[in-house]
Design a protein around this ligand. Structure first.
Ligand code: ZN
Ligand code: ZN
Length: 283
């Protein structure tokens, strides 16, 4: 890929620029793939069939989607810059990234991914709460909150400064903990998928999920959607730990989730309203 680009872009002498371009392209492809797939399915192909799963029963304007994409690409450019910084620091021996898989084994590999996710969850909750300080909100975090009814394209729709803070978790962790590049890749994949899920606008988890003793600790699409709608609640990212500890869950979180997941499917509705005569199903 590097050789190919060098051939077609003869003026691009700086390998650093080339690496940045590759990182930006890779991040963009991942974003387009996950957000695009979710958008294509929920807002295109199944738009009518799954309308009953739509958390807020309306669709955002096209200009809001364009805005979400514009800011997401700007965030990806910042992520690419930080990724190059990590690469250079790793080559210079400053990070704890290890390439030899046998150095720590499978057990540590799995443990490192899980711990990374939990560290990020805590990091996100507190940086996110800081972003809701009136001054930071007005000048920085407001960009993300322009989407009151977000779509998957809002996954990285951040002010450049917030993008820097959000991605900042990766340099912090790689300087402190031994991590294999594949562990970083799995973590980043989980982050993208969960960011897309949080901004999906549709609830895909089953009835009773939030009240389940174990599953209820994982956040839902409804949870983050309510953050965009009501703003000063539901700050957490992956898990419902910090919102419970700090009592920042929206008081009606379970109620809204139940309302969304108990809506009748279109077929059930059709049966209810059109095909029943005196309590009998009519063919
Ligand atoms: Zn927020
Ligand atoms: Zn959001």
């Amino acid at each position: 890929m590097t050789q190919l680009l060098q051939e077609y872009l003869p003026n691009l002498e700086s390998s650093l620029t080339l690496h940045w371009l590759i990182a930006f392209l890779a991040l963009s492809i991942r974003y387009l793939l996950f957000a695009g797939m979710a958008y294509g399915i929920f807002y295109g192909w199944k738009r009518r069939d799954w309308l009953y799963k739509k958390i807020q029963q309306k669709y955002p304007e096209q200009k809001r989607i364009t805005y979400e994409m514009r800011y997401s690409f700007s965030s990806l450019a910042i992520f690419a810059t930080l990724a190059i910084g990590i690469k250079l620091a790793t080559e210079a021996g400053y990070t704890q990234v290890y390439k030899d898989f046998g150095a720590y084994g499978w057990g540590y590999f799995i443990f490192s991914v899980v711990v990374f996710i939990f560290i990020h969850d805590t990091y996100f909750y507190w940086t996110h709460r800081a972003m809701h300080h009136p001054k930071l909100f007005r000048h920085v975090h407001k960009v993300h909150h322009m989407s009151h009814n977000p779509t998957p394209w809002a996954a990285f729709s951040f002010h450049p400064l917030e993008a820097l803070v959000e991605f900042g978790i990766i340099p912090i962790v790689v300087f402190m903990t031994p991590l294999h590049p594949i562990a970083i890749f799995i973590f980043a994949l989980y982050m993208v998928v969960l960011n897309v899920l949080g901004h999906l606008g549709f609830e895909i988890f089953p009835r009773g999920f939030t009240q389940h003793k174990l599953l209820g600790w994982h956040n839902t699409s409804t949870h983050h959607n309510m953050h965009h709608k009501h703003v000063n609640c539901n700050y957490s990212l992956y898990f419902n730990i910090w919102d419970r500890l700090m009592r920042t869950n929206h008081a009606k979180y379970h109620q809204v989730f139940d309302e969304v997941t108990h809506r009748p499917k279109p077929i059930e509705k059709a049966v209810d309203e059109e095909q029943m005569v005196d309590g009998l199903l009519v063919d």
